[in-house]
Write a protein that binds this ligand. Sequence first.
Ligand code: HEC
Ligand code: HEC
Ligand code: HEC
Length: 132
Amino acid sequence: MYNGGKIIAGLVVFLAIFLFPFYYNFGKANAKPEPKLNTPVIQQLAEKKCVESKDFMRQEHMQLLNDWRDSVVRDGNRIYVNAEGKKFTMSLQNTCLNCHSNKKEFCDSCHNYMAVKPYCFSCHIQPKEDKS
Ligand code: HEC
Ligand code: HEC
Ligand code: HEC
């Protein structure tokens, strides 16, 4: 005769161990990144706006950075005029990371989630994590 209680207990233990990787990662792997905007410089802004619209930045910031680099390095032009006619100095360190001084909580929170590793910061200086 078999012992129902033991079999069920065994099954529970088996499932608990077997499923551990799934529920252990639940909420971690699925936690959408929430890039934080609470830096001192952004808090001081009258208008909480990026260089371009949020949607544009989300989708195109890599391309924008490439264009900025090409413009500075190839053409010696450091002034970017955005869609609204506002001017920005084209600089990763001095412009993007002046506002987004929390690189870890901002840039990296998305990049880690998407497993992208921009190689820029082997040359460009990262900000000291500066948050309020
Ligand atoms: C091998 C070193 C190196 C790497 C890696 C690198 N850069 Fe640069 N970058 C430079 C140098 C040198 C300049 C010229 C600096 C200047 O003239 O102000 C520059 C200029 C720039 C500029 C315009 C000036 C400024 O102050 O930001 C941008 C924007 C830029 N790079 C973006 C990037 C991005 C984005 C990446 C990663 C995808 C990257 N760079 C990777 C060396 C590098
Ligand atoms: C003047 C300050 C300022 C500068 C300079 C700036 N940002 Fe932003 N950025 C912001 C603000 C504020 C927002 C939020 C915009 C909104 O909610 O409409 C933002 C949003 C973004 C987003 C979208 C975040 C999200 O949650 O979807 C990205 C990506 C981004 N910025 C990247 C950059 C890059 C790359 C640069 C340099 C090319 C840059 N920013 C320069 C202030 C700035
Ligand atoms: C809202 C999420 C988000 C934020 C915030 C964000 N990025 Fe990105 N970034 C991405 C994604 C997603 C990719 C990959 C896009 C692709 O491969 O098409 C990417 C790619 C890049 C690349 C190109 C890397 C490569 O290897 O092709 C650079 C450079 C970059 N991001 C710089 C920045 C900087 C600098 C900041 C902070 C100022 C920033 N990003 C903030 C989501 C984000």
